[in-house]
Design a protein around this ligand. Structure first.
Ligand SMILES: [Mn+2]
Length: 484
C-alpha cells in the first residue's frame, strides 16, 4: 500500500518525466520494481528488518550513524557515476547522495529504535540540473523514518545527539587502501564542526566509537532469500554474457573488444554497472599477472584468454572467471592443465555446505593439495607448498554480496547456510626450468559463485560453460547461439 503522501506525490507528478523521485519507484518504474519493494528485489520491510536485527545485536541505547557516499570526481568537476555506500545501502536502499541516518536504540520505542533521516530537500532549480530528488516528505514514507530533516542539519544534529548521550556509537570508519580512516566526508564538508567532533572521529581510542562495518559484516555475510534471488539474477546475467563472449571470441579481436562485448551484454540485460574492472588476459605475459586490467593486447590463435568479469545488478555483485581458447580449440597442454584446474574446482564445490564444516582457509588448502596431486601427475616436480607459493598464490574463496569482496569476511569461520562465496582455483606457470616446458606461460582460473546450503551447494553461475567440450563448443558457437 502507498501512503496517502506517496499517492499524492505520485498523482501530482504522474504526467511528469523524468520520474518524480531520486531513484526508481513502483509509481514511476513499474518495469523495475514490484509492490512493496524499496529497491529491485528487496522489500521496504526487509530494510526495516535489517535495521531491527542490527539494533537487537547492539548494547542498550546504542547509536548508529550511517551516511551516503560522497560524489567522486575524475577531474576538477567531472564526476564518476555515483555508487551508494554499501552499508548505507544495506540499511536503507536509499540511492541518492547527501543523505544520512541516525538510529537510536530505545526501549521506549515500539520497534526498539528511533530513526532520523537526513536527505536533500526538493529544489526546483537544482533538480532542473541534476534530475529529480525524492525530498523530505516522500523520504519519511520510503524509509519509515520517525523524523526527516534537511541534510544540512545532519552534522549539527549528530553533534547534538552525541553531546546529549554517552551511548556507544557505531560509525563507519571511512577510508580504504588509498585514504586513511579518519574524519568522514560529511564532517569535513560541514561548516564549522565542533573540534570535539573531529577528535571523536580521529582519536584512535574512543571507548564510545565502534566500527559499524564490522557489525554489519556479520549480518551481510548471510544472504536473505530475497538477496539470494537478486544474486542469482546478477550471476545469471554475468554467466550469459560470458557464454556469449565465448561465442564472439576469435583471433584478431582485441582484449578490449571482449571487455566491451561483455559490458554491453550485461548492461542490455539490466545490470547497472560492472562489479569490478574486468581482467581480460590473453597470452602468457598477461594471464600470469593476476590483476592484469590493461586489456589492450590482440588475441592470437593458439592462445587462451582468461576473463574475470562480473556485473552489479540491483545493488549486488557477481563474480565469474572462465579461461577459453581464442581459436575455439585448446592445444593439448592447455587442455591437460585446464582439466587439472577444473577437477580441483569441481571437487571443492560440494564442500561448500554448512554440514561439511569447512571454512575458506580449509577450502584453499584442500584445493592446493588437490592441485599438487594433479600437477604432479602432469609431470611437475613440486616442493612442499610450492603450489601456494608460486603456482596458485591467491585464495580460492571470498564472500560476495553488495561488495565484490564482502568486508571483514572471516576465512576461519565455518561456512554457513545462506553465504555466497566464490570457488576459484587457478594455476599460473612461470617460464622456469623446473616446470615442464609445454606448460610455460599458461594461466588458467575457473571461478564460480556458490550459494551455501545446509547439505548441498548451489552454483549460481551455472550457465557459463566450463567443461572442455562445452567451452570449445561455445567458442566455436556450435549451437549457433550467436554472440548477441
Ligand atoms: Mn573472485
Amino acid at each position: 500500500m502507498l501512503s496517502s503522501l506517496t499517492r499524492r506525490a505520485a498523482r501530482s507528478y504522474a504526467t511528469l518525466k523524468p520520474a518524480p523521485f531520486g531513484q526508481p519507484r513502483l509509481e514511476s518504474h513499474p518495469h523495475l520494481l514490484k509492490e512493496g519493494e524499496m529497491t529491485g528485489g528487496i522489500q521496504s520491510a526487509e530494510y526495516a528488518a535489517r535495521r531491527a536485527r542490527l539494533v537487537d545485536a547492539l548494547p542498550d541505547d546504542s547509536i548508529v550513524v550511517a551516511a551516503a557516499a560522497p560524489i567522486k570526481y575524475m577531474t576538477e568537476n567531472i564526476f564518476y557515476r555515483y555508487r551508494q555506500n554499501s552499508n548505507f545501502w544495506y540499511l536503507t536502499g536509499w540511492a541518492e547522495h547527501d543523505a544520512a541516518i541516525i538510529i537510536q536504540k530505545s526501549a521506549s520505542s515500539s520497534r526498539g529504535y528511533k530513526l532520523s533521516a537526513f536527505v536533500a530537500p526538493k529544489d526546483e532549480n537544482e533538480e532542473l540540473w541534476d534530475g529529480a530528488r525524492t525530498g523530505l516528505d516522500a523520504a519519511a514514507d520510503f524509509l519509515g523514518a520517525d523524523e526527516v530533516y534537511d541534510y544540512k542539519r545532519f552534522v549539527p544534529e549528530l553533534q547534538r545527539v552525541l553531546n546529549t548521550s554517552a551511548a556507544v556509537t557505531y560509525v563507519e570508519s571511512e577510508g580504504n587502501r588509498t585514504t586513511n580512516a579518519g574524519v568522514p566526508h560529511y564532517v569535513q564538508r560541514a561548516r564549522d564542526p565542533d573540534p570535539w567532533l573531529l577528535e571523536f572521529f580521529t582519536s584512535p581510542r574512543t571507548p564510545r566509537r565502534r566500527d559499524l562495518k564490522r557489525e554489519l559484516a556479520k549480518l551481510r555475510v548471510v544472504k536473505s532469500p530475497a538477496e539470494q534471488e537478486v544474486m542469482r539474477a546478477a550471476a545469471d546475467i554475468t554467466a550469459r554474457a560470458h557464454t556469449k563472449t565465448m561465442c564472439y571470441v576469435q583471433p584478431g579481436l582485441g582484449e578490449a573488444q571482449l571487455e566491451a562485448h561483455f559490458a554491453y551484454l550485461c548492461a542490455r540485460d539490466g545490470a547497472q554497472r560492472p562489479a569490478y574492472v574486468p581482467v581480460v588476459a590473453s597470452g602468457s605475459a598477461n594471464a600470469l599477472a593476476i590483476h592484469y586490467v590493461a586489456n589492450n593486447a590482440l588475441l592470437e590463435s593458439g592462445e587462451m584468454v582468461l576473463m574475470d568479469a562480473g556485473c552489479e545488478y540491483n545493488g549486488y555483485a557477481s563474480d565469474l572467471t572462465r579461461t577459453f581458447p581464442v581459436n575455439g580449440t585448446f592445444t593439448s597442454p592447455q587442455a591437460d592443465l585446464y582439466a587439472a584446474v577444473l577437477s580441483v574446482q569441481k571437487a571443492c564445490i560440494p564442500l561448500c555446505t554448512a554440514d561439511a564444516g569447512y571454512n575458506a582457509h580449509d577450502l584453499y588448502f584442500h584445493a592446493c593439495r588437490l592441485l599438487h596431486a594433479e600437477l604432479t601427475r602432469l609431470g611437475f616436480d613440486l616442493k612442499e607448498r610450492e603450489v601456494e607459493r608460486v603456482l596458485c598464490p591467491h585464495g580460492v574463496s571470498h564472500s560476495v554480496g553488495i561488495d565484490l569482496h564482502e568486508p571483514h569476511f572471516d576465512s576461519s569461520e565455518k561456512l554457513k547456510e545462506g553465504m555466497v562465496i566464490t570457488v576459484e582455483p587457478g594455476v599460473y606457470v612461470p617460464p622456469l626450468p623446473q616446470y615442464p616446458k609445454h606448460f610455460h606461460g599458461l594461466g588458467i582460473r575457473i571461478e564460480d559463485e556458490v550459494l551455501v546450503r545446509k547439505d548441498h551447494s548451489v552454483v549460481l553461475t551455472l550457465s557459463a560453460p566450463k567443461e572442455i567440450v562445452d567451452v570449445e563448443g561455445a567458442c566455436q558457437d556450435v549451437l549457433g547461439l550467436g554472440a548477441m
